[in-house]
Ligand binder design. Sequence first.
Ligand code: C2E
Ligand code: CA
Ligand code: CA
Length: 572
Amino acid sequence: MDGQLKVRRKILIVEDEPINRKMLENIVKDNYDTIFAVDGVATIEMLREYSDEISLVLLDLMMPDMDGYEVLEFMKADKILKQIPVIVCTSEKDAEITCFKLGAVDFIAKPFSHPMVMRARIDRAIELREGRGLINATQNDSLTGLLSHDFFMEYSHFRDVHYKTSGMDAIVFNINRFHLINELQGRRAGDDVLIKIAESVKQIAKEKGGIAGRGGADEFLLYIPSGSDPEEMLKEIGSGLEYILNNSRVYLRMGIYKNVDMDITVEHRFDKARVACNSIRGNYNIQMAAYDDTMHKKEALDLRLVNDMEAGIKNRQFKIFYQPKYAIQGERDSLYSAEALVRWEHPELGLLRPDSFIPLFEDNGLIHKLDHYVWDEVSKQVGEWIVKYDIKIPVSVNVSRVDIGVPNLEEEIFTVVQNNWISPGMLNLEITESAYTENSDQIITVLKALRERGFAIEMDDFGTGYSSLNMITSIPLDILKLDMQFVKNIHEGNKDMKMVELMLDVARFLKVKVVAEGVETKEQYDLLKNAGCDVIQGFYFSMPCPPEEFEKLIEKENEELNAEVQEALNNG
Ligand code: C2E
Ligand code: CA
Ligand code: CA
């Protein structure tokens, strides 16, 4: 706490007489900033708004409406406000004892006569309090100046007690994958985003007559009277953030527990808001969710999955399924490659699909560990197949957008393939299109480096991520994977078919191959084949299957190859 005197402290001067106000200001203004209140009610408001900044209150006792005694009483009853030292300024000699009892630390008699002495007493009162009460230091979050978690809860509780209101909303804001901002744009940019959001949250609290706080790393809390428009709040908080991040988007999410149950603790109310907030984690189309009771179950499950993940990897519960991709423009359809898709054989919960744990692990950064495991397992498997079948079937793995932020990713994946004695050309990398639009500069650098190492890049889910044509021409890539939502609805000449044709044109222009995903029917297959699509993946050929079953597909491919060779030989 020492060495802090360079920071100018703030004194709240409570005085209804203009002359006295001016005198007090003159006495302290060289060393302190001043704010003023002219009656008790205004004082309480000031205290609530600036509680975190006020170092001392100079309090007049005689005021209209609520007098100084009542202010003292109010402050004494408040765990936070009672930390602020109060010096009472009055001409009433008898008031002294009462005031001390009510928590005043000193007494200055009116009319003011010895400015230097007064200054010394004010300095002293502040020094004493700061030396004694380190609590103040933790009251506010040092980065954003917002109330820190515990004090926020405390304050919200006091708001309830003092205002006896009902109809409050508990709101939690969070940033999707905030750690990415830190990793990709630097800590400084991350801090700037937090500070900017804090300002907006504070502003909203002020406008609505509520309380704002910082819940943790990238979590913000608002406790406000019900009835505010969530969309508007989101807009206000989101404004200006792109500017900080050079036009990269920040995806905010908001969980709201409306009209809170006053019979549960404040913490519990915010738990519910947090559950709502997390229910839309990783969903980029929805930014706001209101709490309902089914959400609690989901949250508990997520927590469990996060806790079990480490053991899952250690005990090899994550299984890799392989789904074949067939080249369809040749004489016959030939096995071209495969996509590795992870599943989790959870000992108690059964077989889990990736959708139930991948977005969750992406949000907390655990995904990288899992993906690394998958890359390694797949490389091992590919190496075994090369030896066993003397055939080269490259396998694509999914690279999460979160992995892109990992330093030296190209080195890491290269080491994986090297350690498994396969070439980078045997491990293709699928990256979803929306990752490109979120952070184009970074991703282009990383993908270039990966391609230089010999990896082929596939743009996954193409058509869903809104890349501009301009952007797509500058992205290093080898294969486009049409998203299955287009394939699902194609019919001769309909809108989706036209979209697919358009995307095939883009691919031809870029000179890259096209894989169509999610092909289930003969009709879809025929349409895509006629339109010139190179490769097809989907239930039409096979579901994703365990390695033993995929081996049968390799064997079949080998037989057909051999038959072809034989026929060629026979035909001389
Ligand atoms: P994705 O990369 O788009 O994978 C294709 C998904 O479509 C797979 O779902 C696959 O089983 C499914 N699919 C394949 N053919 C058809 C079809 O004909 N019809 C329909 N309706 N669906 C089909 P899955 O296996 O549930 O994986 C879901 C998503 O999870 C994947 O979408 C991918 O984004 C992610 N994922 C899977 N494995 C990994 C992994 O190891 N790492 C990472 N980061 N993500 C993974
Ligand atoms: Ca994929
Ligand atoms: Ca896909």
